[in-house]
Design a protein around this ligand. Structure first.
Ligand code: TXE
Length: 499
């Protein structure tokens, strides 16, 4: 048990056009520490006037020095940012943990890894090449250019605030776009510290702007602003749908990453020493607040009793506590409404007849009472048709669903509106190669879970999203191709016939 020293509440500014500023209205909102349940920071509550100012600044920056900079110089800036980020990793990790309650170990891992995104995409900046097309028309030279889109709006959630922003900002900047970033109203503090590093690295003013505020107040203006070319969004699917509809009405491009209901499938031939911690890490790490949470454990019936017994025994040992304490394994839920949503789903599962095998409530330890905790919870007796097996809870709640054979495992795994990720535990090589072809998800992990990299594409099938983040595919999401035609023969065309 750690004793936290109280920290003074700090008032932060947001970043618009290279200026650190309050909202035009002067309004602020409080950011809460989910472990203490107390406000610990004050953040500007941007309104539409601030959004307009940020988009104008990004639009001016897009046409200014940034646009004239060589791709090599742009890449160099991104790599300089990566070095600044590496130096600030520990400070940022602590800010993230205070603001969103995720484990310090997890945030350290994310922050120490994050510079790679800026090194990798910085390296790609000057490798974006057009093509010369062997065009079929005599006397014509045809080539393509890869051009940035313009102003990109990045809208990010609270669960991994900086990592999910890095996945958008690094490729978007490498491609030559400018940014207006709106972090979640539940986790804006680390974003503002991140913004300072762009300044230190030497990015021209207005290339990266950060507006803090509520999605329901400024989200629509951000998405619909006529000078915004693209929206890169991570969040819930209901909000994603709203963003997509607003973007569609203005014909804007989108990348959407919208969560899931991922199946973590254990076959009887699995190495149980790996599979059991794999199931636990899939759901209880990050208190289940990750888009790739393996919230459905599909277990082959012949080993169901053994797996459930070991799973419950292992999960029982998880240490719940202060997320800033490196010994803690399960931290609080980031937001109060989210905790209520998790508790509501626990009631729904009980009402549907699922059997609560572990947890299912707020911890009784009085030391944890001020924080927004829910105990790691495991339900047995779950049928795939139940709401607890179909809907994203985004909390430490695991549903165990039995299956007989491979066909049934595939049918249950794919019985979801989502398709973000799946996990598979088996020692059968044929099955390890066969199953990824049958699972309708953007990522499949075999004998591992919850791995992502700047090198490998990430995104969803079905309602889990549109487009890909990370790897070579990601930079294409922020580029548009232009075809240039040049007559090389001074020919005199017939005005009435298409060339
Ligand atoms: O997310 P929202 P919430 C899921 C999870 C969770 C649910 C709701 O199931 O319980 O979503 O969480 C901004 N126009 N995920 O309400 O609303 C908002 O300010 C434009 C999955 O916290 O999706 C924030 O910056 N933007 C997930 C961002 O959208 C709007 C991560 C995400 O918030 C907006 C988080 C609007 N009208 C939650 N309304 C994942 N995929 O990892 C809100 N926003």
């Amino acid at each position: 048990m750690t004793i936290r020293m109280p920290v003074p509440v700090v008032k932060h500014d947001m970043l618009i056009g290279g200026r650190w500023t309050q909202a035009e209205s002067g309004d602020i909102f409080e950011s809460f520490d989910p472990y203490t349940g107390e406000p610990w920071a004050e953040v500007p509550r941007a309104g539409t006037a601030d959004v307009d100012a940020a988009v104008e600044a990004a639009s001016d920056a897009f046409r200014g020095e940034w646009r004239r900079m060589t791709a090599t110089a742009r890449g160099h800036l991104l790599r300089r940012f990566a070095d600044r980020l590496a130096a600030a990793a520990e400070t940022l990790a602590v800010l993230e943990t205070r603001d969103n309650g995720k484990l310090i170990n997890e945030m350290r891992m994310q922050l120490n890894y994050m510079p790679q995104w800026f090194h990798y995409f910085g390296g790609l900046a000057d490798k974006i090449e057009g093509r010369v097309i062997p065009i079929d028309k005599p006397g014509v030279f045809n080539f393509t250019r890869e051009e940035p889109l313009g102003v990109v709006v990045a809208i990010t959630p609270w669960n991994s605030p900086l990592m999910l922003a890095a996945w958008k900002l690094a490729p978007a900047l490498a491609a030559g776009n400018t940014i207006v970033w709106k972090p979640s109203e539940f986790s804006s503090v680390s974003a503002l510290a991140f913004g300072k590093l762009f300044e230190e690295a030497g990015f021209p003013p207005g290339v990266v702007n950060i507006v803090t505020g509520f999605g329901h107040e400024i989200g629509d203006r951000l998405v619909r602003h006529p000078k915004v070319a693209k929206i890169a969004f991570t969040g819930g699917d209901a909000t994603g749908q709203r963003v997509y509809q607003a973007a569609a009405s203005e014909l804007k491009k989108v990348t959407l990453e919208l969560g899931g209901k991922s199946a973590n499938i254990v076959f009887a031939d699995a190495r149980m020493e790996s599979a059991i911690p794999g199931l636990v890490s899939g759901i209880f790490a990050a208190s289940g607040q990750t888009c790739i949470a393996g919230s459905r454990a599909l277990v082959q019936r012949s080993v169901l009793d053994e797996v459930v017994e070991k799973l419950v025994a292992f999960a029982k040992t998880a240490r719940i506590g202060d997320p800033l304490d490196p010994e803690t394994q399960v931290g609080p839920i980031t937001t109060l409404p989210q905790r209520q949503k998790v508790l509501d789903y626990i009631d729904i599962a009980k009402g549907e007849g699922a059997e609560c095998l572990l947890g299912g409530k707020v911890p009784e330890d009085p030391a944890l009472a001020p924080g927004w905790f829910v105990e790691p919870t495991i339900f047995g007796g779950v049928a795939s048709s139940m709401r607890i097996a179909q809907e994203e809870v985004f909390g430490p709640v695991l549903s165990v669903i039995p299956f007989e054979d491979e066909d049934e495992a595939v049918a249950i795994a794919n019985d979801s509106i989502y398709g973000l990720a799946s996990g598979l535990w088996t020692q059968d090589l044929g099955r390890a190669l066969r199953m990824p072809d049958r699972l309708q998800t953007g990522s499949v992990w075999v004998n591992m879970y919850r791995a992502t990299s700047y090198l490998s594409p990430f995104g969803g099938y079905k309602r889990s999203g549109i487009g890909r983040e990370n790897g070579m595919s990601a930079i294409r999401e922020y580029l548009q191709e232009k075809s240039v035609w040049i007559d090389t023969m001074n020919s005199v065309p017939s005005p009435f016939v298409q060339r």
